[in-house]
Design a protein around this ligand. Sequence first.
Ligand SMILES: [Zn+2]
Length: 171
Amino acid sequence: MTISDATLRKFCATEDDPFHYTHEPWYANGVILATNGHVLVEIKDDWRRANAGPEKSFPNVDKLFAENPGTDFIAIPPPSEPLICDCCIGSGKQIPIMEDDESVDTCLACNGSGEAMTRVRIGYADFQARYLRLLASLPNCTISPNGNKLPAAFRFDGGRGLLMPMRDKDA
Ligand SMILES: [Zn+2]
């Protein structure tokens, strides 16, 4: 099964992400990668290489995978329905205090997703429901939680990835 471009793009940072992670998937050493800084996905290269942009070198990606191989991979729990962020009412943008304020900053409560950060526990680690829903959309995806500080490894038909857990202090 091929992972669609639309699915791959869901792993990328949004255009207004205040952090400068890549906004596009990229090709490197026979794989296509996408990340927003919280989740990283890698699929084996296929016909898309020509469309994946210039080859870039991100050596620390290999290091991240090597350091977080995962141990016991378990099924992703059935995803819950998304809850709308209370702060931005689902818009993903901060609601301006002044009515004529033209600035549209990204909502900090949900990082612009418009979805409330719902915590889902798997094993000894907590993850954002939004990311688990994304992982569950991948074919036969399983995850190996590794506590609330280290990334969990996940794998699926045709690829693998890493997902950061929610830290204890995150709401
Ligand atoms: Zn929000």
